[in-house]
Design a protein. Structure first.
Length: 116
């Protein structure tokens, strides 16, 4: 059974950091591009960061460039999103995605809240 399970979300103060793991099962992350997306309340889901199959190429949404880092550990079948200098506008549900045409898998999401 194919599954993506995000974890690591929670409440953090502005300026803080969080690391979100996304564990994949039922398929090998070696063969998939992986990405993180987020959806804030009342807004559309947006792409935050993406990493290619090799794990060497990454791309980021402009507002998180320099603060967030996406990485992939194929041996653990896990993709990570390291988030630093978090701001209230980063508050959202964060989703993991795995893509290899025609397959497209999503996790259930993990809530990140940045607040005092």
């Amino acid at each position: 059974q194919v599954q993506l399970v995000e974890s690591g979300g929670g409440l953090v103060q502005p300026g803080g950091s969080l690391r979100l793991p996304c564990a994949a099962s039922g398929f090998s992350s070696r063969s998939y591009a992986m990405s993180w997306h987020r959806q804030a309340l009342g807004k559309q889901r947006e792409l935050v960061a993406i990493i290619d199959i090799t794990g060497r190429l990454t791309n980021y949404e402009e507002s998180v460039e320099g603060r967030f880092t996406i990485s992939k550990n194929n041996a653990k079948n896990t993709v990570y999103l390291q988030m630093t200098c978090l701001q209230p506008e980063d508050t959202a549900v964060y989703y993991c995605r795995a893509m290899s045409v025609p397959s497209d898998y999503w996790g259930q999401g993990t809530q990140v809240t940045v607040s005092t």
